[in-house]
Design a binder for this molecule. Structure first.
Ligand code: PEP
Ligand code: MN
Length: 485
């Protein structure tokens, strides 16, 4: 706790200083008790400025009286699974869009991402022998941090950068980029509809044959062998008299949602003081069993640009009971990491913190070991996850933002190798991906590699480039193989 006490100012590393927006304060603000709105006393980076604060407050009030999107009992179960992943008894696959949008929302888009994730999970659990914890970047991944305050339109106009559909429209005009509070309500409604769809998909049993077909379709010839092995394993199991199809593990995959907790008024409005298991205690939960749960998603994370120790996002997150992700880029110092762990998880609860490492294919070799050593030496429980996407973004000569699958694979492989060398546990991977067909946003990969010229064919992402279905399956399979070693 001393890191944010008035007597001991926090150390600000290069990564922890703001990359855009307001300047960090030279002195700490009053650091009292946590409250649901205590973050408002701290500087909040990457927040939109609403032209009408009263309209925003009215929306916040409305949302705070709406039903929760997810239930704390589910969120608590995810924490238990994450604790297992931290010990090497499970592995996390977290994936989905960089930014969900209001336009690309359909049965098809939600179902495609869900089905891709389950196909990846079946391949990964076959290859690794581990339970795979399934977390979508979905049903609420609407707010985007941006490095630049403005962007240029095709005709050379400078307009505010796009910050996600929960803030404003992506249309390239200054008027479209004015923040509109009503979009919070729309994001809430779309999240509820997506969750409804996801819950139905998780309950409706697809037969195992459908999943192996999907692996065949996405993986092509390269994965023929794997598909045959999975099918053999399944027929062996059913020959032994075990009904795979009826097995709860296959019939009702436990599926969790996540997003970056960026837009704090929204996150606060969905955070409730409730018991995780009200019914088990018969009627009203006692005060002691209640806690603050963010019901906008099961897991939320703090991004690379907003994780300053003495700023609003960390202040908000430290008081909620959900599992929290912390993105760490290549400038992260071990001392800073220990400080944020102390701040977000002073009791060292297992399953509470996922450190999402996004160092880049080269830097990860040098930058990750000191972090692993510091956290191990301090005896802190974390789940180490690899985000091989965000530090491997390049621009083509014609200015298209893309990511080479080779670099993504390299960073992930390095992540596994560094853990093996350090004797620590790789706990998960974090991917930006879409199950939508034939998307061409990342370069190379798989059976029909995407060429630089082909990027223009079907580039749909509202923000960062995503792996398409076959690229994402290939990365997942590579992770599964590394887990077996
Ligand atoms: C993201 O996950 O889309 C993102 C913006 O990540 P980061 O904070 O790691 O840059
Ligand atoms: Mn992204």
């Amino acid at each position: 706790r001393s890191v944010c006490g008035r007597s001991a100012p926090p150390r600000m590393t290069a990564a922890a200083s703001p990359s855009s927006g307001a300047e960090a304060p030279s002195a700490l603000p009053d650091d009292g008790e946590w409250a649901i709105d205590s973050w408002r006393r701290f500087p909040a980076l990457q927040q939109p400025v609403y032209p009408d604060e009263t309209a925003l407050a009215e929306v916040e009030d409305r949302l705070s009286r709406n039903p929760p999107l997810v239930f704390p009992g589910e969120t608590e179960r995810l924490k238990t699974s994450l604790a297992a992943a931290g010990r090497g008894e499970a592995f996390v696959l977290q994936g989905g869009d960089c930014a969900e949008t209001f336009d690309d929302f359909s049965t098809t888009s939600v179902e495609a991402t869900f089905r891709l994730l389950i196909a990846q999970v079946i391949a990964m659990s076959y290859l690794s022998g581990l339970p795979i914890v399934k977390i979508g970047r979905i049903a609420g991944q609407f707010a985007k941090p941006r490095s630049a305050l403005t962007e240029k339109t095709a005709d050379g106009q400078e307009i505010p950068s796009y910050r996600g559909d929960i803030i404003h429209s992506s249309d390239p005009s200054a008027e479209a980029r004015v923040p509109d509070p009503e979009r919070l309500v729309r994001a809430y409604s779309q999240s509820a509809a997506a969750l409804n769809m996801l819950r139905a998909l998780a309950k409706s049993s697809s037969s195992m044959g459908d999943w192996t077909d999907l692996i065949s379709t996405l993986g092509g010839d390269a994965q023929r062998d794997l598909v045959e092995k999975i099918e053999d394993a399944l027929s062996f199991v059913s020959a032994c008299g075990v009904a795979v199809e009826g097995n709860a593990a296959f019939r009702e995959p436990e599926f969790y949602t996540s997003h970056e907790a960026l837009l704090l008024p929204f996150e606060q409005a969905l955070t409730r003081y409730v018991a995780a298991h009200p019914s088990r205690r018969g009627g009203d939960a006692t005060a002691s069993s209640k806690a603050w749960w963010n019901t906008s998603a099961h897991m939320v994370w703090v991004g690379e640009r907003t994780r300053q120790l003495d700023h609003a996002h960390v202040e908000f997150l430290r008081g909620i009971s959900n599992p929290i992700g912390v993105k760490v880029g290549p400038t992260t110092e071990p001392e800073y990491l220990l400080q944020i762990l102390e701040r977000l998880n002073p009791t060292n609860e297992e399953g509470r913190i996922m450190v999402i490492v996004r160092m880049g294919a080269e830097k990860v070799w040098r930058k990750l070991p000191p972090l692993l050593r510091a956290v191990t030496a301090a005896g802190k429980h974390v789940v180490w996850s690899c985000d091989p996407m965000h530090e491997n973004t390049i621009k083509t000569a014609s200015g298209v933002k893309t990511r080479p699958v080779d670099l993504i694979m390299n960073e992930m492989n390095a992540f596994f190798s560094v853990h093996a060398a350090e004797g620590t546990v790789p706990g998960g991977i974090h991917l930006e991906m879409t199950g939508l067909r034939d998307v061409t946003e990342c370069l190379g990969g798989g059976e029909s590699p995407v060429s630089e010229r082909a990027l223009a064919d079907n580039y749909q992402s509202a923000c960062d480039p995503r792996l398409n279905g076959s690229q994402a399956l290939e990365v997942a399979i590579a992770a599964g193989r590394r887990l077996r070693e």
